[in-house]
Structure formats: C-alpha cells, structure tokens
Design a protein around this ligand. Sequence first.
Ligand SMILES: [Fe+2]
Ligand SMILES: [Fe+2]
Ligand SMILES: [Fe+2]
Length: 438
Amino acid sequence: MPGIGPRDTVPRAAMDHPADERLLTIDLRHAILMVARTLDFVGIDDLNHGHRVAYIAYKCARVLGWSEARCQFAYFAGLLHDCGVSSSREHLRLIANLQPEDSEAHCLRGERALMACPVLSHFATVVRYHHSAWTELLQLPLGDEERLMCGLIFLADRVDFLRARYLGESHQDLITLHEGLIAENILAHRGTLFAPELVDTMAHLVSLDGFWYAMDAASIEAIGQQFRDDYFGRRRLRVAEVTQLARLLAHIVDAKSPFTFEHSEKVALLSRVLAADLGLSLCQQQQIEIAGLLHDIGKLRTADEILHKGTALTDEEYSHIKRHTVDTEQILRGLFADSPIAGWAANHHERLDGSGYPYRKTAAELDLPSRIVAMADIFQALVQNRPYRGRLPVGEVLEIIAGQVDDGRLDGEVFAILSGDIDRYYLMAINDDKGSNH
Ligand SMILES: [Fe+2]
Ligand SMILES: [Fe+2]
Ligand SMILES: [Fe+2]
C-alpha cells in the first residue's frame, strides 16, 4: 500500500516501562491553570476573562483578610467560574449587561461538569451560584463562607464586565480614568445584588491605579504559580483523574457546535478500543483515550460562525480552522510535558502521504497511536449525524475510508481492524444527539 510501508517500519510509540504511570501524573494546580488558559480562548474577542475574575476575587479576598486557603480557593474558582460557557456568542451575551438574561444555563452546565470531575467538584457550588444576587444567596441553604465566596465571584465577574464597558476600544491603562464610575456602579447595588462587606472592600480596591495596572494574564498566572502551601497541596493526579479532567474539557469543546456533539467522547472511545484490538498496552490505551478526548481542544479558539457553518468553508475560514491542531498541541504540551499525548492529538489531520496539515508530516513521522486517532476522528465525523445530511450508512462510510487507505492517506492495518468488526465500531461511533443542548 503506497506511503504506509510494512508494519515493522511504522514508528511505534515509546513502549511501556515501569515508570509509565508517572507519565500521566500531572500537578492539579498546573492543570487548572492550563484549563483556565483554554477556557479563556472561548472569549476570542475578550480574552482572559477567567484570569481577570480570578485576580479580582483573589485581591479582594486578601484585603478582606481571608485565610490563605480561602484566598487561593477564590483564585481558582475565578479561573474556573465560566467552565459552563462553550460558545463565544454566549460569552458575549454574559458581558453585555450588568444582569444578563439567561445566565442560569451556563451556571448549571458548569456545576454539572464539575460534579462529574471529582478533583474539581468542590468548586461546583460556587460555579452554580456565581450569578445569584446577594438577596437570593441569603435565601439559599449555604454556609456563611460559601455564600460569601459565591458573592465574591459574582462581584468580581461583574467588575470585569464594568471594566469591558468603560474600557471600550481604549488601551488597557486608560481604565484608571474610569475607576470612580466602576466603584459607583457596584456601590449602587450594595446589599441587593452584592454583599455589603464585599462591595465596600471592592469599591476601595477598584479605586487604586495599581490594581488595574497589575491585571495582565501573565502576572495573574504568576500569582497562582507562586502560591506556597498550595491549597491543593501540590496534588498529583492519577490516570483516572486525568481522564475525568480531559472529559470535562472535551464536553466544553463538543458543546461549542451542534455538529460536534459527543464527537471528542466518541473519538476517545474508538481510539481506545482500536488500540486495544491492535494489541497496544493498557497504559498506551489510556493515553490514547486522553489524546482522543482532547484532540480538538484547540477548536475552543475557533469562531462559532465557522464551526457552525453547515456548508463548505471558504479558503479564509479553512485557514482559521486549520490552526486548531497547533493550538491543541500547545495546550497539551503544557499539560502533559512528559507524555506523547500532545503529539498524538495534534497529528489527527496529518496524512501518511504528506497531504495533511498543519506540518504535512509523512508516514515516517506518524506513529501508530497518531494513526489510530486520525482514523477514529474521520470515522466518527462521517458517522456523526449532521443536521444537513443525517448519518451516513455504514457501507458509505467504509467506502470513503477505504478510498483514503488505498490512496495511502490512512493506515491499512488500523483500517483492517476497524472494517473487520465494523458493526461494533459503527455503533460505538454513533452519537446520541437527543441529549444535545443545541
Ligand atoms: Fe464570567
Ligand atoms: Fe480536528
Ligand atoms: Fe475531531
């Protein structure tokens, strides 16, 4: 078969060794910073909202004299607070008004996502109530500290909204000209929208020039990196926990477009089963599953309009969409520095004959796990139910992929496994779009 070569010339991924479990352990604090960086892409035109909310909440907590653990919790809760927002359009709606309509949906989605990820589930309540007015929070069965934490993230979020309102198109530094207006705005809602003690402290904080000048994403990340006696105790995650975290991110990516509902989830499942059927080790199967979950994470940076487009893309749109592979790689290199996961995920649009993107890699540079993820990606995309074309029948899917194998673009051995048990793989790839929120 052209471009593929005999089995023993396929570059195999690093084989298992006793330290492989270590390859998948990541630092939770570092992981949250990476998750936050990823989430901040959703803003596109308003980057780093999560970072600024983390900073505003953290600084306020410090002035309030809260314990180090509570301050750090406020910081991380700020980073994660919008994990229920996938689309840039929704993000824009949330920063359009002081009290945006429909803010409930993303709070509930965020809460659900965090509850499914035990290492982050203690942020679920704050995320659930981060748009609730103080008068509502007082009615809820929350502990005093928890109630204030919800109120703090809400206030910090709204201070960032006011920043955007008064900054307009001006240079960041000019926000200091509007400090008085921002303070006035929050004081006007003292005791109604916002907790009195939080508003008093925040009004003082926003009147300080230095507070605004220090508010850039790199300095904000540095705050989190420098925490001593870390709230998370520098906890390292096990494979199962990393997979849950990857699933949380995958849901955010898949929810961004009605055309990709459950896509990452299904690509992960197919990749893992293909890896098992091809005889790869358990450790490699686990890493391939994570690569499948995160292969399209760079798409968080792609504009909704392009992802939602049901018809053919223009050259310009295609060049925007292609960069998701490089964004995926950069995000994952930061998250999994010692593992091949980033490369496997980022290679999913490369083809063995050099016709893929973004690096036009060829067979010699594409190891078996990369070939598996590429096969799972195209197979699932063909099986995926699309509003404009429905689901392709199994025969047609097989024919399209066989054509690509014959052309030397996709791997013949992986295809032999897939086509040898096609009914099972087809069922696995089907997404249940009844559960979609689109
Ligand atoms: Fe927000
Ligand atoms: Fe992709
Ligand atoms: Fe994909």
